[in-house]
Design a protein. Structure first.
Length: 151
């Protein structure tokens, strides 16, 4: 019981020294940076449509690949980490954030070798995403198949 009271006293004492969270500013920065990343993606997609005669649907794949390449390069040069520190969740736009996390894991363990360092640790994160993505796609496909059988 005494330790619980001591923890509460400690918590009350340090509250005055803790900085107040800036929720509005953090949300604003995340919104602006995330929107800017998406704007860059739209620009890349329009580039592929205008210069390589892709249709809107077929320009999606090279656009995603280009965004992955750019975010991986920025991670390697240490720029994406600074963007993430500034923008918080805004830098976690799904494709670029996932590429950043995989590249970071690969760079962090490169001293352990290509197979046991880079590949193993990179796919610790990606493996679960890939597995659950495949399982979810299978379940959705099965539901759609069963739904079309009943019609």
């Amino acid at each position: 019981m005494a330790s619980k009271k001591m923890k509460e006293d400690y918590g009350n004492r340090i509250k005055q020294y803790q900085p107040k969270p800036r929720y509005f500013m953090n949300c604003f920065k995340a919104f602006v940076v995330g929107g800017f990343i998406c704007l860059i993606g739209e620009g890349i997609q329009n580039f592929y449509i205008a210069f390589f005669n892709f249709s809107e649907t077929s320009a999606g794949n090279p656009t995603v690949a280009t965004l992955i390449l750019i975010s991986s390069l920025l991670t390697g040069f240490g720029v994406y980490d600074k963007i993430g520190q500034f923008a918080g969740a805004g830098s976690a736009v799904p494709v670029t954030g996932f590429a950043n996390s995989m590249t970071s894991a690969a760079l962090e363990h490169k001293s352990e070798g290509i197979v046991l360092g880079i590949a193993t640790n990179m796919f610790k994160l990606a493996g679960s995403v890939i597995v659950f993505g495949v399982v979810a796609a299978y379940v959705v496909g099965l539901i759609r198949f069963l739904f079309h059988l009943t019609l």
